[in-house]
Design a protein around this ligand. Sequence first.
Ligand code: PXP
Length: 240
Amino acid sequence: MPKLSINVDHVATLRQARKAKEPDPVAAAVTAEMAGADGITVHLRGDRRHVQERDLRILREVTKGSLNLEMAARDEMMRIALQVRPDMVTLVPEREGELTTEGGLDVQGNFKQLKQTIDKLKSNGIEVSLFINPDEESVKSSAKLGPHYVEINTDSYASARNASDQTTQLKRLEKMANLAHQLGLGINMGHGLNYRNIVNLAQIPHVHEFSIGHAIVARAVLVGFEKAVREMLVLVKGFK
Ligand code: PXP
């Protein structure tokens, strides 16, 4: 059965919009784990637009499941990862100003730098995953680098224009998952997954973990909205 890691970045996005103390991604992480989530994911970005170093350090203290740190393969992030020691680091490309991670790593083009980063993390007891696009070259190049996992980018499936395109993309993900599995890699998947498109994807064999953020935070805002309004009405008007 695949595991589910909840990405709480966008709880921090909401907090940072006001530079306030709430909502706290750590509180969201604790709630997610209480609901049964297997792990928590955060992306510490160079521009610190959502998750802060402090969040990461507190998450390390309080999470009970697996803590996955998404980060660029840069010196600053490596220093933080080695101090905080998440259970897993997922290496992602990071472009300044991007709205979200725009694609997988150019594994072949950054082979040497990735090798050094992966080896250092592994020798410090941290599991490593590489966020890659669902193509053969990326999977095969990744296998040569020896990470524990690849996280296959599901964006092309999630943003498929119609049902037939979605089926094509689903088959492609399945093929790449099989290839990665044959090459001895563990398989994670994520990006753009939601309450509709996860259903078929969850049937694919060999997936260790799905990483989902935006759809869950988006749903939580609406699922909880009525309760939040009612609670305020009690305080303002004194009735239930
Ligand atoms: N995996 C990676 C590597 C990501 O960068 C993201 C987005 O932060 C996700 C998974 C989660 O994507 P989403 O927020 O669309 O569920």
